[in-house]
Design a protein around this ligand. Structure first.
Ligand code: NI
Length: 160
């Protein structure tokens, strides 16, 4: 038994040992941002009747709008010098630059480069928002969850 454990321990990489150690002190921080936008849910391969049946009012051909609330959660170990997982002012700037400035007061079907050829359901929008920001975070801060509220009663969560 001792021999087996000893061998296993030697095979663990330092990175993995470090990761296991840090799991206990991981902290999750969240920034909320807001934007308004319009979209319609419409599958061009279907008839108008099929679209109406599946998407209802969301298929309205002249669009409809929502007030969206976006919650972005980043995880990491607090820096010993700052106490921060990451500077939330920097997260605000990233979200403003990569997400809000591209979506706010826009038509998601027509105006947004990262939603081109994407059915702009909130499910698909969170996946695309994740792609927009995952490589923008500083070292040591990792994206954990993106939550998008379309209405007060309806939201989606994505964990990458
Ligand atoms: Ni809608």
């Amino acid at each position: 038994m001792y021999y087996k454990l000893n061998t296993l321990w030697k095979e663990l990489s330092l990175d993995l040992i470090f990761t296991l150690f840090l799991q206990n002190i991981m902290v999750y921080v969240t920034r909320k941002v807001h934007f308004n936008g319009a979209h319609k849910l419409f599958n061009p391969n279907w008839t108008e009747e099929q679209n109406d049946e599946v998407f209802g009012k969301c298929a309205n051909k002249n669009w409809h709008g929502h007030n969206f609330d976006l919650y972005v959660t980043v995880k990491g170990v607090p820096n010993p010098d700052t106490g921060f997982v990451m500077d939330l002012k920097k997260l605000k700037v990233i979200l403003e630059d990569k997400v809000v400035s591209k979506l706010d007061h826009k038509n998601f079907n027509l105006d947004v480069d990262f939603l081109k050829d994407v059915m702009p359901s909130i499910e698909n929008i969170v996946i695309k928002i994740w792609e927009q920001i995952e490589h923008e975070l500083p070292q040591g801060a990792n994206l954990h969850c993106i939550k998008l509220y379309e209405t007060e009663n309806q939201f989606v969560e994505y964990y990458g």
